[in-house]
Design a protein around this ligand. Structure first.
Ligand SMILES: N[C@@H](CCC(=O)N[C@@H](CS)C(=O)NCC(=O)O)C(=O)O
Length: 251
């Protein structure tokens, strides 16, 4: 059953979905954490219902699924109690174990642990860049400097691994888990006064990696245009996030 293409708001009635055992994926069209899950659902061709949530005016019923009101969330309707998972990385690991084709996390326990540590090290990149990316007029003056310092870790890691992808010769979990922000970074060229772009020398390996990942079929299928990201971020700064413009892309 297709739901109306909109982000559900406060006051909306809970969508009635059939009890068909198909996963229910709660998302917001521009959320990079949801994008992580979207990449796995798409790559692994996992059937799912999509339910979009307005994060400013959250529907009252959404806390039944996600106690903190965050997206992404994934309800496992094929299981008896129909539990709902939250946290993008937890959901990604669950999907990779339940739907192992193709396998994204390393099977070697040590490499898997190291990759999860590396993904966690992306958090300082996200928190430093967030005010700039979202055009917050009060973004700290050193935000971009902190962002670049945090990103150095990933440039160095690519040099250390000596492979085109973080996962090796083919794309893997680290690549997909950090990709959503690389799709969004170019919106800074549109939205910032200084038309910010990543330094071509300092981030040479990462920029090469970015061009390579951008060509991946799953990445292309889930991609939203940079203009659309920039437009959304501007609307968010104005206090009226235009969630539904995501549907101008192909979600
Ligand atoms: N650590 C969480 C972060 C999820 C998150 O912060 N999502 C944002 C949207 S991009 C959200 O739901 N914000 C609404 C809120 O915090 O109330 C994850 O990895 O899933």
């Amino acid at each position: 059953m297709a739901l109306p293409l909109q982000h559900f708001k406060r006051g909306s009635t809970k969508p009635e979905l059939p009890e068909d055992g198909i996963l229910r994926y709660f998302s917001m069209g521009f959320c990079p954490f949801s994008h992580r899950v979207h990449l796995l659902l798409t790559l692994k061709k996992i059937p799912h219902h999509k339910i979009y949530i307005d994060l400013i005016e959250k529907p009252e019923w959404y806390k039944d699924y996600s106690p903190l009101g965050k997206v992404p969330a994934l309800q496992l309707t094929h299981l008896e109690d129909q539990p709902t998972l939250v946290e993008s990385l937890v959901i990604a690991e669950y999907l990779d174990e339940e739907y192992p084709s193709p396998r994204l996390f390393p099977t070697d326990p040590l490499q898997k642990a190291l990759d999860k540590i590396l993904i966690e090290r992306f958090a300082p990149v996200v928190s430093a860049v967030y005010p700039v990316l979202t055009c917050n007029p009060n973004a700290p003056a050193d935000a971009l400097k902190k962002f670049e310092n945090a990103l150095d870790v990933f440039e160095q890691e690519l040099a250390k691994r000596g492979t085109p992808y973080f996962a090796g010769q083919t794309i893997g979990i680290v690549d997909y888990m950090i990709w959503p922000w690389f799709e969004r970074f170019p919106s800074m060229k549109i939205n910032t006064e200084q038309k910010y772009e990543l330094d071509a020398k300092r981030f040479a390996k990462l920029l090469k990696w970015r061009d390579l990942v951008a060509q991946d079929e799953t990445v292309r299928k889930t991609a939203l245009d940079v203009q659309l990201h920039a437009e959304f971020q501007k609307s968010k700064t104005l206090g009226k996030p235009q969630y539904d413009i995501a549907f101008k892309g192909h979600l």
